[in-house]
Design a protein. Sequence first.
Length: 99
Amino acid sequence: MSYDAFVGTVAGKKALFVLPTIPDDAPPAVREGLARRRVATLTGRCPCGGRSGLNRAARRARRGKVQRAGFVHEGGCPATDEELRKFGWVPMFGGGGRG
Ligand SMILES: [Zn+2]
């Protein structure tokens, strides 16, 4: 599994996002799910209508500390852990991976 890095902001703080590369050979539903995760992470909104939901620990994260940010998707969104698992993709820290 390879990853891409992006610089952005979270709650006004500079942040480094490390997200799974979208493999060309993955099933279309997986590629869509990973693409939505990327959009959701970088913009705070998913096409399904979901929104980011930083928990208290993430909001209080110190500079340089790695935090997992939560995201609430609408049911049936291909970006959910449940949908990605159907294709053998097991969500891991901050993204996903093949199980
Ligand atoms: Zn979604």
